[in-house]
Design a protein. Structure first.
Length: 117
C-alpha cells in the first residue's frame, strides 16, 4: 500500500533529522533548529535521496550502490552536521561538570522525546 511506502520513508527522514539535531545539541535553540530541519528536509534530503534511490537518479545511473538505504542518510547527515556545527561554533565550556542548560520547559522535553521515539 502507498501509506506503508510513505511511512517507511518517513522513518528514514526521522532518523536523519534525529542525528542532525543531535550534532548541534547544546548549541542551537529549538525553534530555529526546527525551521532549519524543515527546510533541510525539503531542500536537501528529498533531492539527494532521489538522486540515489530513484530509478532515474543521476547517482544511480553512475553506478552507486545502496544496499540498505543508508548511503543518502549518512552522506547528508554527516555533511549537514559538519556545516551546521561549523556555523554555530564550539560549545560553551563549563567550569564544573554540570550542564549549563537545566531542563526548564517540559513541553520542549516532551516534544523532543516524542520526535526521537
Amino acid at each position: 500500500p502507498t501509506i506503508a511506502y510513505y511511512l517507511f520513508h518517513l522513518m528514514f527522514i526521522a532518523a536523519a533529522t534525529t542525528a542532525l539535531t543531535g550534532a548541534v545539541s547544546e548549541r542551537a535553540r529549538m525553534w530555529p533548529t526546527t525551521i532549519f530541519t524543515f527546510i533541510w528536509c525539503t531542500l536537501v534530503y528529498n533531492f539527494v535521496s532521489h538522486w540515489i534511490w530513484s530509478q532515474n537518479g543521476w547517482a544511480r545511473s553512475l553506478g552507486s550502490l545502496d544496499y540498505a538505504g543508508g548511503v543518502p542518510i549518512h552522506i547528508q547527515v554527516a555533511t549537514s552536521s559538519l556545516a551546521y556545527s561549523l556555523l554555530l561554533g564550539k560549545r560553551h565550556a563549563t567550569t564544573n561538570n554540570t550542564s549549563i542548560h537545566k531542563p526548564h520547559n517540559i513541553n520542549n522535553v516532551f516534544m523532543r522525546t516524542i520526535l526521537i521515539w
